[in-house]
Design a protein around this ligand. Structure first.
Ligand code: PAP
Length: 334
């Protein structure tokens, strides 16, 4: 009789570390590591905690990605609303192709997941191949990354390419991450205890953490080079989405014309990118990423302040006081 196998997490393939080069394995073995909340481990590389399985993609991206002046990189801490802003930027840049009611029916966001239309550098492109051929991407190329500013490929910092940074309040980001983490665990293990995750998060130990250093790196860069880095808050975008989409268009050098403003182009973009539309289209209800993640996991509630439904006021205060201390003197309030 065969011995029974321990249950695999739903995306076991993605968590494998054994597809790394020997050099990467050697580097990994020299780095401090911690148990990830999810599975596998986190490693401390150049001041940030990364899932060990992503190290090879991060190194390849740092070594090989060459930014073009016209490139646009969307950057965020995981679970800051990346899927939403990916969709908005894609729709914004491609709006001329889908301006008639006929063409709007064929909008790619209605049949494809935003993560397929706007790939991540280190998570997708450079994880799948060490030096992928990006020639097929039309200018302006739109990519996403969760890399901290100090770890961006040199050319992304030095060139005139644009960076849009999406920041979300840490309590909602944390709760969104905790939910996502639970999706990745084998069902029989149940939910990972929230206080344990909170403790780690507040020590800075989370994917791409510390959260505050990630945010501060881009906040500083945006204060120093506002023409290069636009710092966007998820909560502010929720409050005034039209104003933000217009500001993004101005920043990216493709402002809306008077005619577009009159025609409701901004509202049309927001409609197709809305939580209600995107979360109910077929590909986002039943499709999967190459990683094995289900697309529907990226559409949970999409609300501001949802943390109160999962954390006590005291737990919220723990995050607040850590942020107050870490962001002190930066001028940033989140
Ligand atoms: P990623 O960084 O791993 O790519 P990301 O898209 O940032 O993931 O995280 C998903 C969050 O964005 C979810 O938040 P929640 O858990 O608090 O609900 C998800 O609901 C939210 N989100 C996805 N699409 C939208 C949207 N169209 N509008 C607003 N929020 C959205």
């Amino acid at each position: 009789m065969q011995a029974s196998q321990p249950p695999s997490p739903p995306h076991a393939e993605y968590l494998r570390e054994d597809c790394m080069s020997e050099a990467c394995k050697e580097l990994l073995s020299s780095l401090p590591s911690e148990e990830d909340w999810v599975a596998g481990s986190l490693c401390l590389y150049q001041g940030f905690w990364f899932p060990s399985r992503l190290l090879s993609g991060i190194l390849a991206c740092q070594n090989h990605f060459q930014a073009h002046t016209s490139d646009i990189l969307l950057v965020s801490n995981p679970k800051s609303g990346t899927t939403w802003l990916k969709a908005i930027l894609f729709a914004l840049l491609n709006r001329a192709k889908y301006s008639t009611s006929d063409s709007q029916q064929r909008h790619p966001l209605l049949t494809q997941n935003a993560h397929d239309l706007v790939p991540f550098l280190e998570l997708h492109l450079y994880r799948e191949q060490e030096n992928p051929d990006l020639a097929a991407f039309e200018s302006p190329r739109l990519f996403a990354t969760h890399l901290p500013y100090s770890l961006l490929p040199q050319s992304a910092r030095d060139s005139q390419c644009k960076l849009v940074y999406l920041c979300r309040n840490p309590k909602d980001t944390f709760i969104s991450l905790w939910h996502f983490t639970n999706k990745l665990r084998p069902e029989e293990k149940g939910q990972i205890p929230l206080p344990h995750c909170l403790d780690k998060y507040c020590q800075g130990v989370s994917e791409y953490g510390p959260y505050w250093d990630h945010v501060l790196g881009y906040h500083k860069a945006s204060s120093e080079r506002p023409e290069k880095v636009q710092f966007v808050m998820y909560e502010e975008m929720k409050e005034d989405p039209c104003g933000h989409v217009r500001r993004l268009a101005d920043f990216l050098g493709c402002p809306f014309s008077e005619e577009e403003l009159r025609d409701g182009t901004v509202e049309g973009i927001l409609r197709v990118c809305s939580f209600d539309v995107l979360s109910t289209i077929e590909v986002n209800k039943s499709g999967k990423w190459t990683t094995g993640y289900q697309n529907q996991w990226f559409f949970r509630r999409g609300k501001v302040g949802d943390w109160v439904n999962y954390m006590s006021a005291e737990m919220g205060e723990i995050i607040d006081s850590v942020m107050e201390e870490k962001l002190y003197g930066s001028g940033l309030k989140i």
